[in-house]
Design a protein around this ligand. Structure first.
Ligand code: FAD
Length: 449
């Protein structure tokens, strides 16, 4: 008996999946497995909104596999134990996966590769989730880029990203191995079921991802220059699909270089530039271990954050700060698992600067509530807002949430979706001018330290 295992992680798709393609080319049975590994030390458990997403994404993947006469195998436990067990049970002689880029995951995968190879099983990994793997775009001195614009310039000078691979029409059946029941992973909230807003807003899975991409290209791309206006549906909403690899950046890249109307083509470069911010953050994550917990610029270790007041934090988390744009954004997040980028900036800046709360506390809240929460983009953006990351916003640039509102949602169209016009509003929880000055004083204190 011969066959291969495809271990899917952040690449929950059949199209443009080099590991899956290699497993099919290997010959014999193809067993597609997803491992729930919450046991390996250092692996960060995904947040509640992501668990909801994963449940539906895995369920869609299983249905897509069944359409091709296969099925998804689910296993739970430390991957270093589960994968070799599955090799033994299935009689596979090769294991394939697409690469991950976090320190813990890289070490884990390297250890598994060594163990498999020493035991006589082939193990191969592929590039699938980033257009430029973090060791490929470097400065002339061979260092990682710490500033976005030169990174993007260097990336564009690289050979064009490869064309996406087609999805297989059919799969040689999996080996006769048992699978966990997805429901037993208990990813869906029950008491209470808070996921109604998520169900209304999203369609997890590969088909949903491609529908979003086409919808964006047809209906919104030509308005991408209005992407900073949260009331406009001018962005793609692809982030959770990209986070779980239901669509690959190669597929997105080539769609944007494919057939477009002139008005769409004019906006494509701006969109691809945003997509490159995702690459830049993954580059930062690869080069800076513990991006979600350690300041990239270590001088921020001396920053005098305020002691956390749980009542204050609750007002921020649940959209009762008294600042309309922040409150609308935090309510959108709680209800739908997403928040417009401009509003994320305002809400994050309010926490870190006006309330002087450590960015890690905000990062953790977003980690738990965002459907697109990923270890590079979430931590990278929080460090950007705090001023402690690569190419970060200078700390002294403090967003004024009221001015942001005037500028980007002057008719309150976005705000009123989440904060009814007749709501009895709480008093603003801080004075913007005084809290801005307090933030600048704290920054000066850090610099003195
Ligand atoms: P579009 O404008 O359509 O952009 C297309 C794609 O480009 C996005 O799907 C995303 O993959 C990428 N992208 C766009 N802007 C950024 C950016 N600033 N940084 C990195 N990638 C970007 N994005 C996440 O994917 N996951 C996160 O956990 C996350 N956390 C964030 C936390 C904070 C505090 C802030 C300020 C931003 C965060 N972002 C995060 C970035 C950005 O807000 C989202 O990527 C964007 O809102 C997703 O909407 P979209 O898909 O419609 O974006």
């Amino acid at each position: 008996m011969s066959g291969a295992i495809v271990w899917l992680r952040e690449d929950l798709r059949l199209g443009d999946n080099p590991a899956l393609r290699a497993a099919i080319d290997h010959g014999g049975t193809v067993t597609v497995v997803v491992v729930l590994d919450e046991d390996t030390p250092g692996v960060r458990p995904v947040g509640a909104a992501s668990r909801w997403w994963l449940h539906h994404s895995l369920s869609a993947l299983d249905a897509d596999l069944r359409d091709r006469h296969s099925r998804l195998v689910l296993r739970r436990g430390p991957a270093a134990r589960v994968i070799p067990e599955l090799v033994a049970e299935s009689g596979a002689d090769a294991v394939y996966w697409n690469r991950r880029y976090g320190r813990v995951e890289r070490d884990l995968d390297a250890g598994i590769k060594t163990a498999l190879t020493e035991g006589g099983t082939e193990a191969h990994s592929f590039a699938a989730n980033l257009l430029w793997e973090p060791w490929t775009v470097l400065t002339g001195q061979g260092e990682p880029f710490k500033v976005f614009t030169p990174f993007w310039r260097a990336a564009q000078a690289m050979p064009e990203p490869r064309h996406p691979l087609p999805a297989p029409d059919d799969l040689p059946g999996p080996a006769d191995v048992a699978s966990d029941d997805l429901d037993d992973w208990a990813f869906l909230p029950t008491a209470p079921d808070w996921a109604g807003g998520l169900r209304d807003a999203w369609e997890p899975g590969e088909a949903g991802a491609h529908r979003k991409l086409e919808q964006f290209v047809h209906d919104a791309l030509e308005d991408y220059d209005k992407r900073d206006e949260p009331a406009m549906a001018a962005t793609s909403d692809l982030s959770p699909h990209l986070r779980w690899g239901e669509v690959s950046p190669y597929q997105v890249w080539h769609r944007l270089h494919g057939e477009l109307e002139p008005a769409q083509r004019r906006q494509a470069p701006a969109f691809l530039r945003q997509l490159a911010w995702r690459e830049f953050n993954w580059n930062e994550y690869f080069h800076c271990d513990h991006l979600a917990t350690v300041n990239v610029r270590r001088e921020f270790d001396a920053f005098p954050w305020r002691q956390v007041d749980e009542d204050e934090l609750d007002r921020w988390r649940h959209g009762r700060t008294g600042f309309d744009l922040v409150d609308a954004g935090m309510r959108e997040l709680w209800s739908s698992g997403a928040m417009h980028n401009r509003v994320r900036l305002a809400a994050a800046s309010f926490l870190v600067k006006n309330l002087l709360v450590d960015w890690r506390i905000g990062e953790q809240w977003f980690w738990d509530t965002l459907v697109d929460a990923d270890p590079a983009n979430n931590a990278g953006n929080w460090q950007w807002v705090a001023g402690s990351g690569f190419d970060a916003a200078p700390y002294f640039r403090v967003f004024n949430p009221d001015r942001q509102l005037e500028r980007f949602d002057p008719h309150r169209e976005y705000v009123h979706r989440w904060v009814p016009a007749d709501e009895d509003r709480p008093e603003p929880m801080v004075d913007l001018k005084a809290s801005r000055q307090r933030a600048l004083d704290a920054y000066a204190e850090m610099r003195r330290a």
